[in-house]
Design a protein around this ligand. Structure first.
Ligand SMILES: Nc1ncnc2c1ncn2[C@@H]1O[C@H](COP(=O)(O)OP(=O)(O)OP(=O)(O)O)[C@@H](O)[C@H]1O
Ligand SMILES: [Mg+2]
Length: 227
């Protein structure tokens, strides 16, 4: 069986202005793999995810997603549709948005957009995902009234509803109590298996990384090391 790379990075140098955060970083993520990434605060973990998402462009080196080189803003935008992203510390604003609508936003640019209203299929997908993440009973509640763990589930739901083959999770269990952490870990495991996702997960919790990942790398001095 040949292994297929879903993300390939070579010689990546990137950062903010003159502040270089990543230095000659290499990485290959294989289809179906769950990769865990650890590293100190400020090591560049979130920056790495933003590069894979094409939100930042490399200064040197290259990134491919599903075999496509991210070498223009058009391709970066296109390939972003293939990636579900659960951002670090996502706090919903004070806007009275329902759980249903918050998850539906994950299909922006895929199912609907500026000139295309959400279809029945988009709505059905939301209902399906809410069932899967155990949030159906809160479908019409406002997101900012939910607990931290429930909000994190909504964030995961928003990433899943895209039906993308790659999922990036930036510290999905930080700031949650033990019970909610365990639930989130179990949820991620279940959705990964069900949808056959390739997963890159960042966590400060070695135990979670151990449970969730096939392989764990450490981001240090701008590069990824084996642990
Ligand atoms: N938008 C930005 N503009 C300028 N510098 C930034 C920006 N975002 C991050 N940085 C800097 O880049 C470095 C890496 O930040 P990054 O958020 O990638 O770290 P991290 O590994 O995710 O840390 P943490 O574990 O705290 O989330 C830090 O020194 C940070 O200050
Ligand atoms: Mg971070």
């Amino acid at each position: 069986m040949t292994r297929e790379a879903v993300v390939e990075i070579h010689g990546l140098v990137a950062g903010y202005g003159r502040h270089q955060v990543l230095q000659q970083l290499d990485l290959t993520v294989w289809r179906g793999e769950a990769l865990g990434i650890a590293g100190n605060n400020g090591a560049g973990k979130t920056t790495l995810l933003k590069l894979i998402l094409g939100l930042i462009a490399p200064q040197e080196g290259y990134i491919t997603v599903l075999g496509r080189m991210l070498d223009s803003s058009r391709v970066r935008r296109l390939m972003r549709r293939q990636i579900g992203y659960v951002p670090q510390l996502h706090t919903p604003g004070k806007m009275p948005v329902s759980v249903h609508d918050a998850v539906l936003m994950g299909r922006w640019g895929k199912g609907f957009g500026f000139f295309k209203r959400p279809s029945l299929r988009d709505r059905q997908k939301v209902t399906e995902i809410l069932q899967e993440i155990g949030m159906s009973h809160k479908e019409w509640q406002e997101v900012h009234l939910l607990s931290g763990g429930e909000q994190q589930k909504v964030s995961i739901g928003r990433a899943l509803v895209r039906e993308a083959p790659i999922l990036l999770l930036d510290e999905p269990s930080t700031y949650l109590d033990h019970g909610s952490q365990a639930e989130i870990v179990e949820l991620i495991r279940a959705v990964r298996l069900k949808h056959g996702l390739s997963l890159i997960m960042i966590s400060h919790d070695p135990e979670h990384l151990e449970v969730m990942s096939d392989r764990i790398l450490l981001l240090k001095n701008g590069r990824l090391e084996e642990r």
